[in-house]
Ligand binder design. Structure first.
Ligand SMILES: Cc1cc2nc3c(=O)[nH]c(=O)nc-3n(C[C@H](O)[C@H](O)[C@H](O)COP(=O)(O)OP(=O)(O)OC[C@H]3O[C@@H](n4cnc5c(N)ncnc54)[C@H](O)[C@@H]3O)c2cc1C
Length: 438
């Protein structure tokens, strides 16, 4: 079997490594356009903020691990430029690479508004992280445009080290949160004297003596450096040119085995649409665990479709000034848009037993009004909030109801949570509310 993988990130390297474990004799080639493969993209904001000084700490394995020990031919620094699906080869760097099975693991690229493309940088890969780190050594003030996951995380990590301003298009950070949770987050962030412009977007940016003047819808100011965190766009150009079917949202369409409309081509990671485990519909979940698991699933299915990739919930957790903030499944707004009759329960509780003086944790659970089936959850808290969210994500994946969650037999220890854990209180209150409505 001759396997070619385009893209040496999370999905691509997982697919290649699993394929090698499946078949010691397969010929496996990975084509990666940057100089790096197999590294922790999610750790890059921590590198920028100075948690560690050497970007090499982010590398999971050097290229030699793959070429010398795993017999995977990893070629860096060349981009695949075309796929010939009838003759089954890929063009890259003036060469052709024949395949029996091809994996598209091309990830996504930053989406910077065209008019601002030359005014700033976006953090997407190791090369951009190194460039950013170099530049940060000589700046005092910086502006982050976009208050989604990446913008908010960078804002939190870089504040204190630099004078950082955040421009948020929405009225609260992390717009996937419901408004009540967004309000909580805004208040907590305010306690850090953060410089945030809400409901604001840049209208023009001009360069003056190596600095930038930004005119936003609410202000005009000068900044040393601009980071764009204005979203990503799936890298699907190669697939589209090769005639592979895309969804209406411009993502690669794959079946349950992550096979594209061409049976010899698989795709996974930040470039595909996948099923939402809560609703059964399709969505976009560009996240590390999803990409790694998709890659691994592809590595199995290249040798015959036998492993279904079930879908995802988009479970996201970030650190905002020491608060663990996260969400999973659908929010109330998406539920309404999708025509799902949902109800939400929002509670504030302590994250430890009273005598241990816990801190506040805020939990929101979204569930189907009629059946009590869990469809989404959101959390903000200092300790163990991320793991509480993960329990909720497990419950949603398992199609559990408020009743199932309430009676889940969770462990209790006073230091780790009160005997009525916040997520159990939320389930209980939700169930009471549902009973009252019967
Ligand atoms: C700064 C940052 C922080 C993040 N933090 C988190 C987090 O905390 N938690 C979380 O769950 N997720 C996080 N993510 C998202 C996560 O890293 C991605 O979802 C995951 O890496 C996607 O894997 P992938 O293989 O699809 O894409 P990537 O890992 O991006 O790999 C795609 C690769 O394909 C290469 N490529 C593209 N086109 C071509 C071509 N034509 N020829 C050759 N090579 C090509 C690219 O250079 C790239 O190396 C973060 C992402 C970033 C950028």
């Amino acid at each position: 079997m001759n396997i070619v993988v385009i893209g040496g990130g999370a999905a691509g390297m997982s697919a290649a490594s699993k394929a090698r474990r499946m078949d010691g004799n397969a010929k496996i080639t990975v084509l990666e356009k940057t100089g790096y493969v197999s590294y922790a993209e999610c750790g890059m904001p921590y590198y920028l903020s100075g948690y560690f000084g050497n970007f090499r700490d982010l590398l999971h394995y050097p290229v030699s691990e793959f070429t010398e020990h795993r017999n995977i031919n990893v070629i860096t620094g060349i981009a695949a430029t075309a796929i010939n699906t009838s003759k089954k080869y890929v063009e890259a760097g003036g060469n052709t690479y024949n395949y029996d099975k091809l994996v598209l693991a091309t990830g996504a690229a930053p989406k910077i508004p065209d008019e601002f493309k030359n005014s700033g940088i976006s953090l997407r890969n190791m090369e951009s992280a190194i460039a950013m780190k170099d530049k940060l050594a000589s700046v005092k003030s910086l502006t982050i445009i976009g208050a989604g996951v990446l913008g908010t995380e960078l804002f939190s990590l870089l504040s204190g080290k630099y004078k950082v301003k955040l421009i948020s298009k929405h009225e609260y950070l992390l717009p996937h949160l419901d408004p009540d949770m967004g309000d909580v987050l805004n208040k907590l962030v305010k306690e850090n004297n953060s410089d945030i412009e809400y409901n604001s977007v840049p209208e023009s940016i001009s360069e003056i003596d190596g600095k930038y003047r930004i005119n936003t819808t609410s202000d005009s100011f000068i900044t040393d450096y601009i980071i764009f965190a204005t979203g990503i766009k799936a890298s699907v150009e190669l697939a589209a040119e090769a005639g592979i079917e895309l969804t209406a949202d411009g993502l690669i369409r794959v079946n349950d085995f992550l096979q594209t409309s061409n049976e010899d081509i698989y795709a996974g990671g930040d470039n595909v649409a996948t099923r939402n485990l809560a609703t059964g519909g399709y969505g976009y979940y560009p996240l590390a665990q999803v990409a790694n698991k998709m890659g691994r699933t592809i590595g199995i299915n290249l040798f015959g479709n036998r492993r279904v990739f079930p879908g995802a919930l988009g479970t996201t957790v970030i650190n905002v000034f020491g608060y663990q903030v996260g969400y999973t499944g659908i929010n109330s707004i998406t539920a309404k848009k999708s025509g799902i009759d949902c109800e939400g329960i929002f509670i504030k509780a302590k994250d430890k037993s009273n005598y241990l003086h816990g801190t506040d944790v805020y939990v929101k659970i979204i569930y189907e009004k009629k059946s009590g089936k869990l469809t989404g959850a959101q959390i903000i808290g200092k300790e163990n909030a991320a793991w509480r969210l993960n329990v909720l994500a497990g419950a949603i994946s398992g199609h559990m109801t408020l009743y199932d969650l309430l009676y889940s037999d969770l462990g209790y220890e006073p230091e780790y949570g009160p005997v009525w854990d916040p997520i159990i209180i939320a389930a209980s209150q939700g169930l009471d509310k549902a009973d009252d409505q019967v």
